[in-house]
Design a protein around this ligand. Sequence first.
Ligand code: B4P
Length: 311
Amino acid sequence: MQTLFKASLVEKYERALSTGELLFTESTVTKVPDEGVEFEVRFAPSLLKKPSGAPLLGEVLNSIESKVDPFAPYNPSLFLEEYGPYVVLLNKYCVIPYHILVVTKEFEKQTDPLFPRDLGAVWHYMMQIQNKKSIAFYNCGEASGASQFHKHLQLIPLADNLPIETYLNRAQYKRPGEIFQFPHWSFIHHVLLLDPQRMAGTDDQVIGEYLGESFHSLLDAMIESLRTQMNANALNLTYPPSYNFLVTPTWMLIVPRNKEKFEQISVNSLGFAGMLLVKSQEDLEFVKKIGVTKILNEVAVPNPAENPSLL
Ligand code: B4P
């Protein structure tokens, strides 16, 4: 089964690439050290030509009315397979090969929270693609970097460890399920390590329940932190909040968002894995000069616990 999916992924990816239905963009990676992490800044100049997707709320509503949705109907050349209430598609605009999307068949909103079935499905494909090395992410809400409003999770196979795993490696003594923060980040975020024993089974539904439970404990912690922050009246945050959610086979991270970009640099979930994307040389130089942590800090929500003056 695993080999069959992988073989089909490779075959359909190559076919869609050769017919021009899938647009792979070449990029170069520059390592930008900051706060003990070797951040990766991916420079993809040809992406400047890609149609920009990020809609404002009003545009979203208009789009829903006029049914402009790239996932329904989806391009059949990008279709991989169905999995329960999902379709699995190739990402039309990928920067990393074999980047896939797990999309709800029926329309659901990208502002909805994740359910155990969403996480069970994404887990299934993590296991199909590459046992230990992959990351799934969910850009939720207007300020999260999301450009499509139809619910989709994204999954990328990885060749190497993620930059942010430097911080996670230092937290290996944490108990699975214990929610903690990275000492270097002064913005609201919540992380937990997954319990290898609960992840050892093969039943996607059982693992989905466990992942759903873990996701909701992070979501609750995030909402509690935002409540404290809003009580401090330091920021006008929208409700429901925008956030980024990242999950790998060993950990999960949630980061609420204050805005989609800092200056001209857009940040999506991958930014909090330590991977930024820039589309011009000027932007690359800007990131190197200003530092990735500063950019993450600007697009996230200040942590009142780190800023006693806000309380
Ligand atoms: P969203 O959650 O809405 O937004 P996103 O991943 O931030 O991508 P965005 O669309 O804003 O593109 P960007 O130029 O920032 O995800 C929508 C997904 O649907 C995207 O993956 C998009 O490509 C895909 N899609 C859109 N139309 C489609 C269609 N008709 N059929 C199938 N899929 C469709 O980034 C360009 C690409 O680079 C995105 O895939 C993004 O995920 C990826 N990326 C961003 N940062 C990266 C990084 N640091 N490293 C590697 N890849 C990165």
